[in-house]
Ligand binder design. Structure first.
Ligand SMILES: [Zn+2]
Length: 465
């Protein structure tokens, strides 16, 4: 049986994302996504079998179904992993690898296939395969460059045998955000020999609409704490890391009062620019960050204090889109801009929203603590789709978030395992091959609202200098 992870709200989330990208109605986008993907695999190569599982899991959260069973529906696309013939008349995506590179093409693959490729690299390949398959399944209408063949330079990600065979000690590290990127991060991190303790920090609960992209979660997790469920699902995959759920905002954790050097290392997977700036204000010693901009782009960023290099405030300054979106949300929900900037709905703001929407079945208890973005999407999707700033509230597809999380996990392990901190910013498209030469060292911006402040620089120097 194919896996069914999608419910009506999760299907709607995918449809909103596609509608925002194509400029079409949500209903039309939902129809396009009602497609089946067939995955055909040369099972004589273990890496192929693992890749098939990963691709199927990602596409099962994106399209109507994805399966290697030939009788599970008429496929809109057939993905062929390895050197075997197709089993349907559907358009094909061929996948092959020689270990150093992976090739995703519409023609028969040419690379020989190897027995073992590191699983984290296969997760990365799976994300690109899912993107290519979605493109074909919905009829080639995406407004992104079409690379055929798409060649991934896996070797450039730096996972040498030396790195992958090493024990990597996380010490005590905090993961801020148990959403889509936090899920993707642990999805890939489990394939490395990591040790230590990871505090998984998130105050939010799993919502039905999250299931399209938050890979560890199932229907039975809906309504429960994201931090607790992510730890509950993922802990068995980490023999030597203690995962500790923290149902809170990172900024409100009690240990902050006891030890000024409490936040030595922070993994950032939260969902807004504003939240990122706020996390940098906590002055973590080291930051490992990944973000997504709808389905178009992934940003990886790293900083280590004290530093003259860019911080989260430099990389994600307040911009016009963010300001526009804040205003849109405030106007639509009948609250103030300051309320929206708080990120989550306060008891007072909940009353104002209830006054604006008395007949939508909302309750104060359900509204309090909810994120503004989520409520805005739920109540005002049509209005949001009409503006560029509004379109950014729609969450990406599973393969976009998992690619962000997997690249962040790979880079965490590479750096903690002794690799060079040779870049602090890398922008990647899930639709084009990642380009190693676009990795950059970006200096701090003098006007940065965080590290541009003398008090921040002095404190960073005292704590971590
Ligand atoms: Zn800065």
């Amino acid at each position: 049986m194919p896996d069914h992870y999608l419910n009506a709200q999760a299907i709607r989330e995918n449809a909103h994302s596609l509608a925002a990208t194509l400029g079409i109605d949500t209903e039309e986008a939902e129809e396009l996504l009602q497609a089946h993907a067939l995955v055909t695999v040369d099972e004589s190569v273990p890496s192929n079998v693992f890749l098939c599982e990963q691709v199927s899991k990602l596409l099962a959260r994106t399209l109507e179904s994805a399966s290697h069973h030939v009788d599970s529906g008429i496929p809109a696309v057939e993905i062929i992993i390895g050197q075997i013939p197709p089993r349907s008349a559907a358009p094909t995506i061929w996948v092959s690898s020689d270990g150093d590179t992976a090739c995703i093409s519409r023609q028969r693959a040419s690379l020989p296939g190897v027995q073992e490729i590191h699983p984290a690299l296969l997760v990365v390949v799976a994300c690109y395969v899912a993107a290519a398959a979605l493109r074909v399944a919905i009829g080639d209408s995406l407004p992104f460059p079409d690379h055929d063949p798409l060649i991934l330079d896996l070797k450039s990600l730096g996972l040498t045998l030396d790195v992958t065979s090493r024990q990597v000690d996380l010490g005590r590290t905090y993961l801020a955000g148990a959403g889509a990127i936090g899920n993707g991060y642990l999805w890939a991190l489990r394939w490395f020999d990591v040790r230590g303790q990871l505090d998984v920090v998130d105050f939010d609960i799993v919502k039905k609409g999250n299931l399209n992209r938050q890979l560890w979660f199932r229907e039975s997790d809906v309504g429960l704490s994201k931090a607790e469920r992510l730890v509950g699902r993922a802990q068995a995959s980490f023999s030597h890391v203690k995962l500790l759920p923290r149902v809170d905002r990172l900024q409100d954790l009690p240990e902050k009062k006891d030890d000024p050097r409490w936040l030595r290392r922070l993994i950032v997977g939260v969902d807004s620019r504003m939240a990122r700036r706020s996390l940098q204000s906590e002055i973590p010693g080291e930051v490992f960050d990944a973000s997504t901009t709808d389905i178009r782009e992934i940003v990886l960023h790293f900083n280590c204090q004290p530093s003259r290099q860019a911080c989260l405030g430099c990389i994600y300054p307040p911009d016009d889109l963010e300001t526009g979106r804040t205003l849109d949300i405030a106007l639509a929900l009948g609250v103030t801009i300051k309320d929206v900037q708080e990120g989550v709905i306060s008891p007072m703001a909940a009353q104002m929203i209830l006054a604006r929407y008395p007949d939508r079945g909302l309750t104060a208890a359900a509204l309090e603590g909810e994120a503004y973005d989520s409520l805005f999407k739920a109540l005002c999707a049509k209005a949001a789709l009409r503006t560029e700033s509004g379109r950014q509230v729609f969450a990406p597809f599973a393969f976009v978030s998992v690619l962000a999380g997997a690249l962040l996990a790979i880079e965490t392990v590479r750096r903690l395992g002794g690799g060079d901190a040779n870049f602090n910013l890398w922008k990647i498209s899930p639709w084009s091959p990642f380009i190693p030469r676009l990795r950059r060292q970006v200096p701090a911006i003098p006007t940065c609202p965080i590290c541009g402040e003398t008090v921040f620089r002095n404190t960073a120097q005292q704590l971590w200098g």
